[in-house]
Design a protein around this ligand. Structure first.
Ligand code: NAD
Ligand code: MG
Length: 394
């Protein structure tokens, strides 16, 4: 048995990384580079960063690459013409490459709604999912989890909070979760009043105190939408009700989240904030890899503190709870509105507080489908995007 386990542990896993040029994607490549005996990188993809994709392809020699932006196809193709690497472009190609027989696990590290269809394609091909792209579960959690169940596919969380919960669960199969606490750093504007938030700039919002991440999730962290999306993500990953999911602000980002069981006992997962850890755990579960990452020192953090989130000033967290409560396509509409509003804020076309305003209006105004099919999600996403685009003046 032990020998069998050892073999399992050392069999190379074929990995596809969707969004390899992003924050999660580049950290995933660092993990893969550190353990060449464990991973066989099959697929890398980028939205439009052709230069980095080419550099990564030349370094890692994957079987396939996809550039989302079709206008850059020739550039990538020409740069890799002498290599034994298949080059594809466009959104549909993402759905095809994940289904390759040599892929065992798909790390969804692309940002936003764009992750939905490739995740569905991967599940249909019975590939395990290492899920960073939380928006997919926010948009269509019911559909995705039902599909994963029927195809026998595991979804391993990469998001640090959900990885923390997941790491608290082995050995607790017989013990129902009473409640979980997702920790939130509070972002750069923790403690700000509405008047102060009205003045904040894009540059300030992009400065996260503890994590270095892509632009969209960094703005989501500043508005607390990220925690809202994570609440919905947790509902689907761990099959919980809204009442079982609480958020606690923990500015040091050391306790990554907690589970409370029915006897009142709580388990937490802790460590210095480093996304490489949840990334590799999602790729190697149930094994932990030996690392030389810096270790936590209690004396560097004599005070770990906890606060109640301000759900009135940071309205997005409340909107997410409302969307989860109303279910159906409401979370999908909220996500679509938020993607448009965040981009408009990054383009400096709207103010910080407009993001939650637009989210609320769109979520409460677009068509609601209570038992949605995939087509309904696609239609509502589009409708919500159109409405949000009108509101941002596009
Ligand atoms: P990022 O912006 O740094 O990277 C996104 C990647 O996806 C890039 O490779 C980009 O080229 C690609 N991409 C973007 N839009 C695309 C599209 N329409 N089609 C195809 N490819 C596209 O983002 P990130 O910070 O790495 O976040 C990725 C996902 O992981 C998000 O869903 C985010 O919420 C989640 N996440 C990130 C972190 C983090 O620390 N960065 C932590 C937890 C969860
Ligand atoms: Mg997170």
């Amino acid at each position: 048995m032990e020998q069998e386990n050892d073999k399992q542990k050392h069999k190379k896993r074929g990995v596809a990384i969707l969004g390899s040029t992003g924050s999660i994607g580049t950290q995933a490549l660092e993990v893969i580079e550190s353990y060449p005996e464990l991973f066989d990188l099959q697929v890398i993809t980028a939205g439009n960063n052709a230069d980095l994709l080419i550099e990564q392809a030349l370094k890692f020699n994957p079987n396939m690459v996809v550039i989302g932006d079709e206008t850059q196809y020739n550039k990538v193709k020409e740069a890799l013409w002498n290599e034994d690497i298949h080059v594809y472009c466009g959104a549909d190609a993402l759905c095809q490459v994940v289904q390759s027989t040599d892929v065992d696990v798909v790390l969804t590290a692309l940002v936003g709604y764009a992750g939905l269809k490739p995740t569905i394609a991967a599940i249909e091909a019975k590939k395990d999912i290492a899920l960073a792209n939380k928006e997919t579960l926010v948009v269509a959690g019911q559909l995705i989890t039902a599909m994963a169940k029927s195809y026998g596919v595991n979804i391993y969380p990469v998001d640090s909070e959900h990885s923390a919960i997941f790491q608290c669960l082995p050995g607790e199969f017989m013990n129902p979760i009473e409640k979980i606490y997702l920790t939130a750093s509070g972002g750069p504007f923790r403690g700000y009043s509405t008047e102060q938030l009205a003045q904040v700039t894009k540059a300030q919002a992009l400065k996260h105190p503890n994590w270095s991440m892509g632009a969209k999730i960094t703005i989501d962290s500043a508005t607390m939408m990220n925690k809202g999306l994570e609440v919905i993500e947790a509902k689907w990953l761990f099959n919980l009700t809204a009442e079982q999911i609480d958020v606690v602000v923990h500015p040091q980002s050391i306790v990554h989240s907690l589970v409370q069981f029915e006897d009142g006992s709580m388990k937490a997962q802790m460590g210095l904030p480093d996304m490489k850890l949840p990334i590799q755990y999602a790729l190697t579960f149930p094994y932990r890899l030996k690392t030389n990452y810096p270790r936590f020192n209690f004396m560097d953090y004599p005070n770990l503190t906890f606060e109640t989130p301000d759900r009135i000033t940071f309205k997005n967290l409340d909107l997410a709870y409302q969307a989860m409560d109303r279910d159906g396509t409401v979370p999908c509409a909220l996500n679509a509105a938020n993607e448009i509003a965040v981009q408009a804020f990054l383009d400096e076309r709207i103010a910080f507080l407009d993001i939650a305003r637009i989210n609320e209006h769109v979520m409460n105004t677009v068509t609601h489908v209570s038992k949605p099919s995939l087509e309904d999600y696609i239609a509502i996403d589009l409708e919500a995007r159109r409405m949000a685009s009108l509101l941002v003046g596009k």
